[in-house]
Design a protein around this ligand. Structure first.
Ligand code: PGA
Length: 254
C-alpha cells in the first residue's frame, strides 16, 4: 500500500516571527498524527529557522526550487548540497510558477530533478496543464511531455526516488479545485504511463494533487484511488487548515 504525503508550499510568504508561530502550530496539531508524511517547502532564508525548529520532529522541510548546477558562478542560485546542509530532504522542481514566470522549460526542470537527486534530495516534480490546454483537450499530452522530458534524462530508475505532483495550473491559487474525478483521471493516466514500462513502479509511485486544496475538500480528493496526498499552497499558511488536511490524508483502515 502506498504511503501518504502532504506538502505545504509557502511560496514567497513568511517572516521569522510568523513562521515560528505557524511551525509551532503545525507541530502541536500534528502530535499523534502518524502514517502521513508531512512536509513544508519554505523560502530559502528561513531554512535555517526550519532546521532549528523542526530538527528531531516528524515534520520534514525542503525548498521550492533548486539550481541545476552543483556549484560555481551562478549568482543568486542555491545548490542541492546547500539545501542538504540546511537539513532539507525534499525540493519542489518545475512548479508551474517557475515554468511560467521564470522560463523554466522541460529540459531545465529535468536538470533540476537530477541535480536534486544527486545532491541527496527527493524531488517533487510538478506537472500540469493550463486552462487553455485543458480546453483544447490536450491535458494528457502536456503531462506526458513534461514527464517524458525527465524520463529521458533521469531514466525510469530516477522515478523510484521522487514524488510527482499533478497541479492543474488553472486550479492553483484560484479557488477552482479540480473535481476529485478530474484529478483522479489524470492521476490514473500518470500511473498507467509508468506501469506500462514497469508495473511495480506504476503501483508504488506517489502522486500528489495540488490546486486549491483546503480542509473542506481534502478528504474527498484523497479518497480517490490514485491520489496519495496533496501539495498545498494558500491553505498551508494556516496551521489549523494545514493540520486538518494532513489528517484527511490518513488512509482509512480497509
Ligand atoms: P494553492 O497552490 O493550494 O494555493 O492553489 C498550490 C501550489 O501552488 O502548490
Amino acid at each position: 500500500m502506498r504511503e501518504r504525503m502532504v506538502v505545504g508550499n509557502w511560496k514567497m510568504h513568511g517572516s521569522l516571527v510568523g513562521n515560528k508561530s505557524l511551525l509551532d502550530g503545525i507541530l502541536t496539531g500534528l502530535a499523534g498524527v502518524d502514517s502521513v508524511h508531512c512536509a513544508v517547502c519554505i523560502p530559502f532564508p528561513y531554512l535555517f529557522q526550519a532546521q532549528f525548529t523542526l530538527q528531531g520532529t516528524e515534520l520534514v522541510w525542503g525548498a521550492q526550487n533548486v539550481s541545476q548546477h552543483e556549484k560555481g558562478a551562478y549568482t543568486g542560485e542555491v545548490s542541492a548540497a546547500m539545501l542538504r546542509d540546511m537539513g532539507c530532504s525534499i525540493t519542489l522542481v518545475g512548479h508551474s510558477e517557475r515554468r511560467a514566470l521564470y522560463g523554466e522549460d522541460d529540459a531545465a526542470v529535468a536538470e533540476k530533478f537530477i541535480a536534486a537527486q544527486q545532491g541527496g534530495l527527493i524531488p517533487i516534480l510538478c506537472v500540469g496543464e493550463t486552462l487553455e490546454e485543458r480546453e483544447k483537450n490536450i491535458t494528457a499530452e502536456v503531462v506526458e511531455r513534461q514527464l517524458q522530458a525527465v524520463v529521458e534524462r533521469a531514466g525510469l530508475e530516477g522515478f523510484s526516488r521522487c514524488v510527482i505532483a499533478y497541479e492543474p495550473v488553472w486550479a492553483i491559487g484560484t479557488g477552482k479545485t479540480a473535481t476529485p474525478q478530474q484529478a483522479q483521471e489524470v492521476h490514473a493516466y500518470i500511473r498507467a504511463l509508468f506501469a506500462e514500462h514497469n508495473s511495480k513502479l506504476g503501483e508504488s509511485i506517489m502522486i500528489l494533487y495540488g490546486g486549491s486544496v483546503k480542509a473542506a475538500n481534502a478528504a474527498e480528493l484523497f479518497s480517490m484511488p490514485d491520489i496519495d496526498g496533496g501539495l498545498i499552497g494558500g491553505a498551508s499558511l494556516d496551521a489549523n487548515e494545514f493540520v486538518s488536511i494532513c489528517k484527511a490524508a490518513k488512509r482509512k483502515a480497509a
